[in-house]
Design a protein around this ligand. Structure first.
Ligand code: ANZ
Ligand code: ZN
Length: 926
């Protein structure tokens, strides 16, 4: 799902397995030992200063973790469940910094939850179907299956390198038959529920990739999101999911998503696009047997007297040579066919050209005969596919009316109400606001728009002319693709029985592996005759398989459910297991998936709840079925970009001398380049390879740096000159840990009132930090401030005069180390080992430690910082014990004891003392 921006896999693979490989079965056990890592810090100037050998420590702890996994077998019944999920990647073969960011966030949060006593689920899998694999097959002759398996192994190794701890026992890949069997099964459930259907549709045809695109895959210029080709219109029989059956639920349940970003919720609402208005049914003047009237949807029933023509979409059922009068039929059909040749659909919709059908309706209120036109600016998929043309009050209708010279005189039936505007109506443009109905509006003249809408709808429904109606912009989900590398749609077409679903016991419908990839002429599956020809499950006669495969969004709409029970061979997942784990507690991923992936996942989980695939629990409200509780959308990672100021040309890294990071120079000219941060891309030479970064600086410093540089949901401007700060901090914490470890282990912490003021101070800081970091990890996700709080605390401890033998000191250091461990697992373990070395406890992982808990009492300050004013002017600050903060006499005495106090109060008597804000502000009037 997270697709790599960089070109995946640039060196050809050596084929090791035959094209008939079964996917992934053994990939999870195979590749652990394969990577050798360069020793870090060897080549980098800045890292030499940091004393830790990150590479060696990583190797040490990876080996230990492999031997005794810190997170294994911790699951017990008495612990609450917690499900942390990051969006699974498309296996391009290479992690990019965006991946590193999202998985670092999820890994940090899951480690925190483990330590806080949860049964954590943190799985990983592969969104492994899709075009790039097929394109690789076409371009390089590598089978998509092989390409995919190799890429998965590579990326998995990179993930391990980053100390990301996933539950690999649950690994899944959507291209694995053991997964897509259930994708197909759920498709059939949809089919049985009447939610999967076929219909002819004008589709977006990508002439380069030779495939149908979803609307969302076409950009605002009418170009394919992937190939960049201008998209064409083509009519094909397609499979759809009836998402629109769930429009209202999908809309109203957005209100329940308290922990989703507002922005994402707005995007979802907008996408569903609910609109209230009316449907009017205009009788044709010459009804036929088939059609007697034309329905339109309008949001402005108050403009009903301004209707001067009707327009239908080119795909409207009225537009065929049998329904049209003979004189017009030929020219109308020619107009429509010409439209299909128009390369850019948007252009056709924009230009507002239309053609008269020769048909009329009779307006039941004005009794006028009104012409019907065809024009592409009316969309087949919205409302009824027909609109009432009100040129006076709608800009699109105005343009259409003028372009096609439909009428001589535009009828203005609504006018601005005088009170609201002094501007007289300018008849040179449409008046699109609501107002007061004009004299042309018959019995409704003089009514305000709102009032008129109600009256008109009431009267119209009495005579059967119309009624209130609600429309959604949301369309059904076109899910079929004329492509190879996807889950085959489990349907058989029989000449006798028509559409026959593949029986469950014949699932999965395997993708045939013996396929030639030419990249031309539609789906490769259609050319696999052995596979296409089959027996009809109903009549046993010769039949043909459906050759379309499913959109990869189908695969990713339920993977988070499969993770709850990934090896189930009799169902997509066990209802109990899924119900115990759902909804996902926190879902982390890119905002680019804010609309479709999330909407489709919401649709799937609502359907599957209704379908009984899982059930209501205290966390799953009946009838709700929202899949994701918290949604964390992480920001993009931008790369440092150099440009030549003279030519604006992007410069390659080797063209810039960065030996002085603050003062880079263009090598050829000696000039200073323009520096900016932009989305990483090949053409800007600003991409960063995570493997290099980690090799150079160490895993933990990179993880810390990523989380520290920006809040998770904001853009992260990647530059690595300041990673050295994180390396130094880690070295410092290790020193603190060693100082504790070398001393005798912690005895009891004294009671608060027995502490020295310095102890009290460090103890308070420690608890404040525990509170803040816990909050950041569990509710605000402001991981950057969590790290800065930890840094502050470590500075505080080392600046204090407490000795390592002090229980308060030891408590502080233990707290820092346990709280740091989720972000910096290697050094966290190293520190913990240093601390516990005396207690023979070194075999215990830091991740087996409980997360520290703060005490409310310890947070309280025992002094108040008091600002002292003399005659209303601020003169000095003093510190007053809390117990005495409201005692004016004590404050006066403490103030007089300071040099500043003596200066301003001298020996003058105080006439009045005003103590405000619990002693934080005191005014002495002298
Ligand atoms: C007459 C009218 C008069 C309209 C007026 C608007 C203003 P929303 O609010 O987005 O739902 N419409 C209806 N179906 C359409 C289709 N299939 N393709 C293109 N346009 C269509 O938009 C509803 C309005 O969009 C409808 O109200 C209709 O134009 C147009 F002063 O009807 B109206
Ligand atoms: Zn049959």
């Amino acid at each position: 799902m997270l697709r790599c921006q960089l070109q995946p896999w640039t060196t050809p693979l050596r084929a090791s397995s035959s094209a008939r490989c079964t996917f992934l079965r053994n990939s999870s056990n195979r590749l652990y030992a394969t990577t050798t890592r360069a020793t870090p810090n060897a080549s980098n100037k800045s890292t030499k200063k940091a004393s830790l050998n990150f590479g060696a420590m990583e190797a040490k702890w990876k080996a230990r973790w492999a031997e005794s996994p810190p997170f294994k077998n911790l699951e017990t019944k008495d612990k609450p469940n917690y499900y942390v999920l990051s969006m699974f990647p498309y296996p391009s073969g290479m992690l990019h910094m965006g991946h590193v960011r999202v998985y670092t966030i999820s890994d940090t949060l899951q480690r925190f939850r483990h330590m806080s006593g949860y049964n954590v689920l943190h799985p990983m899998g592969w969104d492994a179907f899709g075009l790039p694999a097929e394109n690789a097959a076409i371009e390089r002759g590598i089978h998509p299956a092989e390409w995919t398996v190799k890429n998965i192994e590579l990326m998995k190794e990179q993930m391990r390198m980053l100390s990301l701890e996933f539950d690999w026992s649950r690994e899944l890949a959507t291209c694995d038959p053991s997964y897509y069997k259930w994708t197909q099964y759920i498709f059939l459930e949809m089919y049985k529920a009447g939610l999967a259907y076929q219909k002819e549709a004008v589709v977006n045809w990508d002439p380069v990739d030779q495939t149908v695109l979803a609307n969302e895959q076409v950009d605002h210029e009418g170009k394919s999101w992937r190939s960049g080709a201008l998209v064409e219109r083509k009519k094909l029989k397609q499979w759809f999911f009836k998402v629109t059956d769930f429009s209202e639920d999908l809309l109203k349940d957005i209100d329940l998503l308290e922990n989703w970003p507002q922005r994402v919720k707005q995007m979802q609402r907008h996408w569903i696009g609910k609109s209230k208005g009316a449907e009017f049914d205009f009788p044709l003047t010459t009804p036929t047997e088939k059609v007697s009237s034309l329905k339109v949807f309008t949001s402005r029933p108050d403009t009903i007297f301004g209707v001067q023509y009707l327009v239908v979409a080119p795909e409207h059922p009225l537009v065929n040579k049998d329904s049209l009068p003979k004189e017009q039929a030929a020219s109308v059909m020619e107009f429509v066919n010409d439209l299909n040749k128009v390369q850019n659909m948007e252009e056709a919709e924009e230009n507002k050209k239309g053609v008269f059908t020769g048909l009329y309706v009779n307006h039941p209120l004005t009794k006028e005969d009104i012409p019907i036109y065809v024009a592409p600016y009316v969309l087949a998929e919205y409302g009824t596919g027909a609109v009432m043309g009100v040129p006076a009050h709608d800009k699109r209708d105005w343009d259409f009316c003028h372009t096609n010279k439909v009428v001589d005189k535009v009828k203005f039936v609504v006018e601005p109400s005088i009170k609201e505007t002094d501007k007289p109506l300018d008849y040179a443009e449409p008046f699109t606001a609501q107002g007061v109905l004009s004299a042309l509006s018959g019995p409704y003249a003089g009514m305000k728009s709102q009032e008129a809408m109600k009256a008109i709808m009431r009267d119209a429904s009495k005579i059967g002319f119309g009624h209130g109606a609600t429309q959604y912009r949301l369309k059904d989900w076109l899910l079929s693709r004329q492509r190879y590398w996807g889950a085959p749609i489990p349907i058989i077409h029989c000449p006798e029985c028509d559409v026959v679903p593949v029986p469950n016991e014949q699932l999965p419908v395997h993708l045939p592996l013996d396929i030639s990839f030419t990249g031309k002429g539609g789906s490769p599956l259609a050319q696999a005759e052995d596979w296409v020809n089959c027996k009809c499950p109903k009549c046993n006669g010769p039949a043909k398989r459906e050759t379309d495969t499913m959109d990869t969004f189908v695969d990713s709409s339920w993977y988070f459910m499969r993770f709850t029970d990934p090896h189930n061979t009799s169902l997509p997942f066990d209802p109990e297991k899924a119900s115990a784990r759902l909804p996902v507690d926190i879902y982390i991923g890119g905002v680019e998936h804010a609309i479709l992936h999330l909407l489709y996942s919401r649709f799937y989980s609502k359907f599957l709840l209704r379908n009984g695939a899982y059930h209501a629990t205290p966390d799953i409200k009946p009838g709700n079925g929202e899949p994701f509780n918290v949604l964390l959308t992480q920001g993009m990672v931008h790369g440092q970009t150099y440009k030549d100021p003279a030519t604006q040309r992007f410069l390659k890294p080797e063209e810039v001398d960065t030996s002085e990071p603050k003062n880079p120079k263009i090598i050829a000219t000696g000039e200073t380049p323009l520096i900016s941060f932009e989305k990483m891309s090949k053409s800007k030479y600003n991409g960063v390879d995570p493997v290099n970064v980690v090799n150079q600086h160490g895993v933990d410093p990179v993880r810390l740096h990523i989380l520290y540089k920006a809040p998770p949901s904001e853009v992260l401007e990647w530059e690595d000159t300041s990673i050295v700060g994180m390396q130094r901090w880690l070295a410092k914490v290790l020193k603190l840990a060693e100082s504790v470890g070398n001393d005798s282990p912690c005895t009891d912490i004294p009671a608060l009132d027995k502490m020295t003021s310095e102890e009290r101070d460090v103890y308070r800081e420690t608890h404040t930090t525990i509170k803040q970091v816990t909050e950041a990890m569990s509710t605000t996700y402001s991981l950057n401030t969590a790290i800065s709080d930890l840094i502050k605390l470590s500075n505080h401890v080392s600046a204090s005069s407490l000795q390592p033998s002090s229980p308060v000191y030891q408590h502080a250091v233990r707290s820092i180390v346990t709280m740091m461990a989720p972000v910096a697992p290697t050094i966290g373990e190293e520190c913990w080992e240093a601390i516990t070395i005396q207690t023979n406890n070194s075999s215990r992982s830091v991740f087996a430690q409980p997360w520290p808990v703060f005490e409310e009492k310890a947070l309280e300050k025992d002094t108040v910082d008091c600002v002292i004013q003399v005659n209303g002017k601020t003169r000095l600050n003093i510190t007053v014990p809390v117990a005495l903060a409201s005692d004016a006499a004590t404050i006066e005495k403490l103030a007089r004891d300071t040099p500043q106090g003596q200066k301003w109060l001298a020996d003058k008597p105080i006439r009045r003392a005003i103590v405000a804000k619990n002693g934080q502000l005191v005014n002495f009037v002298i």
